[in-house]
Design a protein. Structure first.
Length: 263
C-alpha cells in the first residue's frame, strides 16, 4: 500500500519529528525551572537570648566575692546552714589562690627571690592543704638556688604534712630543679644518694670546703661502726676508718660552723 504523503514528506516521519520536538522542549523547560527555582525556606525560629540570672549569695561567696563572704561570716556559726559554711570555705580557698598568684609574681622577680619575708610566705602556702601543690610548683620553678633550698627545707621541717614533704622531695630530685641547687646542697644530695663507701669518702673530702651545717646529721650517721650485716653489727663504712678517719674529722671540724640558709 502506498505511504500517505504530507507535502511530499511521509506522514509517519512528520508525526515522529513533531513528538520529538515537544519532548525536547519540555525537558529544557524542566531543566531551566529546576536550576532557577529558589531553595526552600527554613522555618527555624529565631534564637532569643535569655538573660542569665545574677549569682546567688552562696554562689558569690564560693567564688570569693568579699561582700557575700562577709555577709555569711556575720551569721553566727550555729545558725549558718551547711551550704553557707561550705560556700564560705570555698571562698576562702579562692582568696588563698589569688594571694598565691600575687606572690608568684613577686618571687619571680630577681629581688623577690632574695626577700626572706616573701619566701617565708611561700613556705606557708606550701604547708597549707588548700594551696600546697600550687605553692610547691611555684617553688620548684624559681630561678636560682632558693627553690631547691626551700624544697629541701620542706622535706625535713617539723609540722609539714607527710604528703607535702613527699612531693617536695620528688620535685627536688628532678634534674631541672636539682641543677639549680647551691654547691652545698648539691653535695649533700649526692652524698645522701651515694651507693658505696668509696663514693661517700670522695664526697666527704669535697665537703670539708664546700658543705654547710645541713650535712651534719648525715655525717653523724657515718661515725657508727655498726648497722650492716645480717645482725646489723657490721661496719657500714669501713673505708672511713683508720687512715681515712681524718676525712670525717675534717668535716666535723668545719661543717658545723658553716651557715646554711634559714627560712
Amino acid at each position: 500500500m502506498p505511504s500517505s504523503q504530507t507535502g511530499g514528506v511521509p506522514l509517519w516521519l512528520a508525526i515522529t519529528t513533531t513528538i520529538g520536538s515537544l519532548v525536547l522542549g519540555l525537558s529544557a523547560s524542566w531543566f531551566v525551572m529546576g536550576r532557577s527555582a529558589p531553595p526552600p525556606r527554613s522555618h527555624v525560629a529565631p534564637v532569643t537570648s535569655v538573660a542569665k540570672p545574677p549569682p546567688t549569695l552562696l554562689e558569690s561567696a564560693a567564688q570569693g566575692e568579699h561582700r557575700a563572704m562577709a555577709q555569711i561570716a556575720a551569721i553566727a556559726l550555729p545558725e549558718r546552714s551547711l551550704a553557707q559554711t561550705l560556700a564560705l570555705a570555698r571562698g576562702k580557698s579562692v582568696e588563698k589562690h589569688l594571694a598565691l598568684d600575687y606572690l608568684r609574681g613577686k618571687v619571680s622577680q630577681p629581688e623577690g627571690r632574695h626577700d626572706l619575708a616573701l619566701l617565708r610566705r611561700l613556705l606557708a602556702f606550701a604547708s597549707d592543704g588548700d594551696t600546697a601543690t600550687d605553692a610547691l610548683g611555684v617553688t620548684a620553678q624559681l630561678d636560682g638556688s632558693e627553690g631547691p633550698d626551700l624544697l629541701y627545707e620542706l622535706t625535713r621541717a617539723k609540722g609539714i604534712p607527710a604528703d607535702v614533704a613527699q612531693l617536695a622531695g620528688q620535685l627536688l630530685v628532678h634534674r631541672e630543679v636539682r641543677g639549680k641547687a647551691s654547691p652545698a646542697l648539691a653535695l649533700l644530695l649526692d652524698l645522701r644518694d651515694a651507693q658505696s663507701c668509696e663514693q661517700r669518702r670522695d664526697l666527704l673530702e669535697k665537703a670539708i670546703d664546700a658543705a654547710d651545717k645541713r650535712l651534719l646529721p648525715l655525717v653523724m650517721g657515718f661515725i657508727s661502726k655498726t648497722g650492716c650485716g645480717d645482725k646489723h653489727l657490721e661496719d657500714c663504712h669501713p673505708c672511713l676508718r683508720e687512715a681515712n678517719a681524718k676525712v670525717l674529722r675534717g668535716v666535723l671540724a668545719k661543717v658545723p660552723y658553716r651557715k646554711a640558709p634559714t627560712y
